[in-house]
Design a protein around this ligand. Structure first.
Ligand code: FPP
Length: 249
């Protein structure tokens, strides 16, 4: 049985994972450049962090930039990186004051222009905060995450420090980027598309999926509440029968 239990319906997710889609269309509908959609999206990130922390959710992961997003036009990539830098500078004091731990996941070796230093400082400063962990996935891909984990295990096996027969889901999961988080209970994707887009491929195995048409910059507290209410009505079975899952309540 995964960390979360099957059964109950009136629950709050421990961990919410979000694909924040629709910034470009939000801007386009207002005849604005795409980067202003991302700026509006950053405000929705702030509101979502607040909303999750206020409700007592333990972890929030947002997909801010995928491995594939590097292929976007150079100007959009540069503007997004600049926005990440500015957002850390602007928000870190308040995140820390609110007892929120910040962690970045992804291939951070590809980041430049002051971002790696800011990430390291933000993580170090907030490392002991206990209220909620805010994971920001940057230069992240679910397949990359799995391949990296496999590489690390292989290196240890080649060095004679790991018995291959002893590799199981727990040892593998411990090598993944979100090794220190509970499994996501609720996945939210805004923007109307119904796909996972190489997000947390391993971790979403038993996650409840929620899709809405709202464009990310319009995702407000009411939209979060709607997603959480729908989650609370779902019966999670983790491969058991409905009756078995009820027995776990
Ligand atoms: C997808 O919308 C969104 C992104 C690739 C970037 C997400 C970044 C933010 C919300 C900025 C702030 C983030 C943090 C963590 C401060 P899209 O551009 O694909 O939209 P479209 O599908 O309408 O074109």
């Amino acid at each position: 049985m995964p960390q979360s239990q099957a059964g109950g319906t009136s629950r709050l997710p421990r961990h919410v994972a979000v694909i924040m889609d629709g910034n470009g269309r939000w801007a386009q509908r207002r005849a604005l450049p795409r980067h202003l959609g991302h700026r509006a999206g950053a405000k929705a990130v702030r509101a979502t962090v607040e909303g999750c922390a206020r409700r007592g959710i333990e972890a929030l992961t947002v997909f801010a930039f995928s491995s594939e997003n590097w292929q976007r036009p150079g100007e959009e990539v540069d503007r997004l990186m600049q926005l990440f830098v500015e957002s850390i500078d602007k928000e870190i004091d308040e995140l820390h004051a609110n007892q929120i731990r910040v962690r970045f996941i992804g291939d951070l070796s590809r980041l430049r222009d002051g971002l790696p230093e800011r990430i390291a400082a933000a993580e170090a400063r907030t490392a002991r905060n206990k209220r909620m962990t805010f994971y920001v996935a940057v230069s992240y891909g679910g397949r990359w995450d799995i391949v990296e984990a496999a590489r690390r295990l292989a290196r240890r096996a080649v060095a004679g420090k790991l018995d291959v027969a002893g590799i199981d889901e727990a040892t593998f999961g411990a090598e993944l980027q979100l090794h220190d988080a509970p499994e996501p209970d609720l996945f939210i994707r805004t923007g109307g598309d119904h796909r996972i887009s190489n997000f947390l491929l391993w971790n979403l195995a038993y996650t409840e999926l929620y899709f809405c048409d709202t464009l990310w910059p319009d995702f407000d507290d009411e939209a979060l509440e709607t997603a959480l209410r729908q989650f609370a009505r779902r019966q999670r079975r983790f491969g058991l029968t409905g009756a078995q899952a009820q027995g776990h309540e």
